[in-house]
Design a protein around this ligand. Structure first.
Ligand SMILES: [Zn+2]
Length: 259
């Protein structure tokens, strides 16, 4: 399995910046988990292959690239972009994004080959399959209906929290999984912004440490994602100060591969 967290922005030299404004993981260059920078940062191969997008929740930083991705590929699609999400998230997309005010309702439009957008609802706790990947969605604790998930290709298995505050079920389920290759956890704010983190349902490094302690499964690398760009340095320093050996920051743009 290959996984890449797409970059969101550029530094002053035009290279991918380490500041993560948006969330979009690409697995095996062909399935996206969240769509923050889906239209903006995918390479040619990914644009050609990605037809399935799994959404953890409907916050803008996780869906911003989705309408633009469909728009970009509209003419050439020979199968629809399938948006996999809970019924709650699909309802929000239909009401607030693909509503002809913010963007066209692509589910009403067709190109010469047929539909360009298809909604595929999944239920929390029920596994579903996309290509060779099995997804197990687990409800997490965010301001809006949100999931984390366990993703397996039969050989490699990884877990993602998505955006969340303190949560128990995710860690319970993940702890029962055998042979996890990696866990990806969010940590949006530094410790001094604990109140803001709590009201927006995100983690800080100190809260993250307590969350990780809930994991009782086999030891594996844990990667931190979703650090608010403005607090990147501070959060990275505070995570380093936790001195948790298998905890590190995920590098944006880097392709991680498990064989
Ligand atoms: Zn969110």
């Amino acid at each position: 399995m290959k996984l890449q967290l797409l970059p969101s922005s550029f530094d002053e030299n035009g290279f991918a910046s380490e500041r993560q404004h948006l969330s979009c993981f690409v697995i095996d260059d062909s399935v996206a988990v969240d769509a923050g920078s889906l239209a903006m940062a995918t390479n040619y191969r990914q644009k050609k292959q990605i037809r399935d997008v799994v959404l953890t929740h409907a916050h803008l930083d996780h869906i911003a690239g989705l309408p633009l991705f469909i728009d970009d590929l509209f003419e050439t699609l020979d199968e629809p972009i399938r948006v996999h999400a809970t019924a709650d998230v699909i309802k929000i997309l239909k009401r607030d994004i693909f509503n002809w005010s913010i963007y066209p309702d692509f589910s009403e439009l067709k190109n010469k080959n047929g539909a360009v957008l298809e909604y595929c609802a999944f239920e929390v706790g029920k596994e579903f399959v996309i290509k060779n990947l099995t997804f197990k969605p687990i409800e997490v604790n965010h301001r809006v209906p949100s999931i984390g998930c366990i993703i397996s290709d039969g050989k490699t298995k990884i877990a993602l929290t998505g955006d969340t505050a303190e949560t128990d079920e995710f860690w319970q389920v993940v702890s029962t999984e055998k042979n996890l290759s990696a866990i990806f956890v969010e940590c949006a704010f530094p410790d001094e912004l604990r109140e803001l983190a709590q009201s927006s349902h995100h983690l800080t490094p100190k809260i993250l440490r307590r969350e990780i302690e809930k994991y009782t499964g086999d030891r594996c690398p844990i990667y931190v994602v979703n650090i608010k760009p403005m607090y990147l340095r501070k959060v990275v320093r505070q995570i380093e100060e936790l001195e948790i050996e298998n905890l590190q920051i995920l590098q944006l743009g880097k392709v991680y591969e498990w064989i």
